[in-house]
Design a protein around this ligand. Sequence first.
Ligand code: GLP
Length: 279
Amino acid sequence: MLPPPGRLVHEVAIVADGSGIMGADKKERPMEVQVVPSFAEMSRRGAAMIGAAIAERPDLVLALPTGATPIALYRELVAAYAQGQANFSRTQTFNLDEYCGLGPDHPASYHTYMRENLWDHVNLPPEQAHIPNGAAADPERECERYEQAVAAAGYPDLAVLGIGHNGHVGFNEPGAALRSTVHVADLSAETRSLAFHAWRDLSPCLFPQLAAFPTHAITMGMGTILKSRRILLLASGAGKAQAVCRAVNGDVTTRLPASFLQLHPRVTLLVDTAAAALL
Ligand code: GLP
């Protein structure tokens, strides 16, 4: 039977594998969904997948996210390195995004986040750790430079992604259109407000009011991300359940950028039970 017009049918089958972990029914070649009991287990499993990919291919090109979701995953990778179980010496990493106007040393920059959570604790050579320069004098040129750098590396072998409450990926925000390549994105009011309040709880003086929080970011576009050979999408907590459900089961729409992942043949969705509640 033909799908109704404008609706891309994408079947997702979830089956138990006996260990409490859910996986996809491979017969249907759907998005693979792994549901794990907790944030800790999501982090362990995600780190193990990345570690296995690097072990298999030491010169792996990774795209990496920031935010709260991958924090413990990075801790797991750092622990694996400390125990001699992971070697980043030939790996290249490309961060998905960076806030415009925040220099590498700004406490809220994703540079700082990456240094604190991963780069300073593993043997990834600094010249192989890439991230857009949010303080570039010419952001448009910086976007071109970053897209070219990702392209020159052959695009990511594995893109690790988080998802925003509104279904954003990187800083590809919901809207009437999506941009394909690295670009300067307008941050949505919701995204800015959530990040501003999170920072206000941590460090009240950093952004005295919402108006002081960045309004734009440099982000990989959905096209850049979809050129990755494999994608691992992480989500944790009830607050992500709706976005996850729409990303997996909903229409492919620019109103929910993560839904574009349905167009990719090799996506693994790794979620805890709270984030999977509506699947
Ligand atoms: C941020 C980042 C995304 C991230 C998402 C979710 O603003 N730009 O790359 O995946 O929002 O963040 P969190 O994991 O904190 O919920």
